[in-house]
Design a protein around this ligand. Structure first.
Ligand code: KG4
Ligand code: ZN
Length: 401
């Protein structure tokens, strides 16, 4: 079954053609990063206008690159939430209109669920795919070699979500924990802005940390020095699988302020109204950094990344142990983070728990994951009506634990 997937939930316009939920025929993403970089984050009104300009060329390019016409497509799927209402509307409307015009089945896809299904996609190595054929919708969707195996723990970490989820089967989700304030990606983005590293923050922080670590290695020093250069708080929220990153973000703000002003200790302590000890502690470290020269942005980035990775990795490992799963998968933009992947591997390997994550280009927003998720629903005979509307606040369809 060939599905044309469409993604437009935020600042990326995507169209992809995927066969049988796994094999990629094409995957086109038009990014608006350059435009939003100027503002340090996504401007919703600008994003939806750009979506409108990109959507048709992106769909046409996806068809061209897959060397297939709409006649060879079996179904069309588009994200209907969560995301920015104006952006979602563009892709969803385009998908519904095409399906209606071509008399094809249509399915609205949950963007978060699609991030999970990015783990079913295989990289280009699996091409060429079987010859084009018009397959009927059947219920035969048995797992094949290389698919993730249920039950599994999925850590969904994107720009707006951080959730630890038990996945017992296709569509069978139980929420184990979620963020109580900022999402992991949001923390990366906000801290990158604080450090002047630009948007999107995740890749920028990862790069700054990596540069600092490489420099240390060249001086025959341990990378651990960069990762522990600043003592940063971790919100363990013990006894829960919840996350919290806002305290860490605030600590980074104080550090950065402290490191960039000549007499940071008194000024920041005064501004904090004597909340005192914790704030001045961070600020003193910042002051020391300032005395050594310019604030060490690379060390700040490495220490921040380490604090986020620490909590994400340990909590995920604990969940995997408690629920006796044999597989953990990562999903969402932050799953592209190399430190996180490495650290989780170290946590899970001794326990013989398999870790998998999508190739980097399928971690951040793309339409291939939309087509993949759609396949597994369409196979069950599901479809959406043309009255389906956008759902900006949509969450995963959680059942009982
Ligand atoms: O899934 P995604 O592309 O969009 C949403 O659905 O939100 O995730 C975007 C988020 C951004 O916050 C971005 O900074 C983060 O993923 N991100 C990363 C990395 N690449 C992207 N965070 C950490 N390390 C990365 N390498
Ligand atoms: Zn996303």
């Amino acid at each position: 079954m060939r599905v044309l997937g469409i993604e437009s939930s935020c600042d990326e316009t995507g169209a992809a053609i995927v066969q049988d939920g796994r094999y990629l025929l094409s995957n086109v993403v038009a990014s608006q990063v350059e435009i939003h970089n100027r503002y340090g984050g996504v401007v919703p009104e600008v994003a939806s206008r750009q979506q409108l300009a990109s959507i048709l060329p992106v769909i046409e390019t996806a068809l061209e690159q897959a060397h297939c016409s709409l006649d060879e497509i079996d179904a069309i799927a588009a994200t209907y939430g969560p995301g920015l209402a104006g952006s979602l509307l563009v892709g969803l409307t385009a998908g519904k209109a095409l399906a209606l015009a071509r008399n094809l089945p249509f399915l609205g896809v949950n963007h978060l669920e699609a991030h999970i299904y990015a783990n079913w996609l295989r990289k280009g190595a699996t091409l060429p795919v079987p010859a084009p054929e018009k397959t009927a919708v059947t219920t035969n969707w048995a797992p094949i070699d290389g698919d993730p195996t249920f039950p599994l723990i999925c850590l969904v970490i994107s720009g707006a979500h951080s959730e630890l989820v038990l996945v017992r089967g296709h569509g069978d989700y139980a929420l184990l924990g979620h963020t109580r304030d900022d999402a992991a990606g949001e923390a990366f983005d906000k801290v990158a802005r604080i450090l002047g590293l630009g948007y999107p923050g995740g890749p920028a922080i990862q790069q700054a940390a990596q540069d600092a670590e490489t420099e240390l290695q060249q001086q025959q020093k341990s990378v651990a020095f960069a990762r522990s250069a600043y003592r940063l708080p971790r919100a363990w929220l013990r006894g829960t699988y919840d996350f919290s990153f806002s305290g860490l973000k605030t600590a980074m703000l104080h550090l950065a302020e402290g490191a960039s002003t000549p007499q940071p200790l008194s000024r920041t302590a005064e501004k904090a109204g004597g909340v005192g000890k914790q704030v001045s502690q961070y600020t003193r470290m910042g002051a020391q950094a300032a005395q050594r020269g310019s604030p060490n942005v690379g060390f700040l980035a490495a220490s921040f990344q380490e604090a986020v990775v620490d909590v994400l990795a340990v909590k995920t490992r604990l969940a995997a142990q408690e629920y006796h799963v044999k597989q953990v998968v990562l999903a969402g933009g932050v799953a592209a983070n190399l430190s996180l992947r490495l650290r989780l591997e170290q946590e899970l390997l001794p326990l013989r728990i398999r870790l998998s994550y999508p190739p980097i280009e399928f971690c951040t927003d793309n339409a291939a994951m939309i087509a993949s998720a759609a396949f597994f629903h369409l196979r069950q005979g599901e479809s959406s009506g043309f009255d389906l509307d956008v759902h900006p606040g949509l969450s995963l369809p959680f059942g009982k634990k």
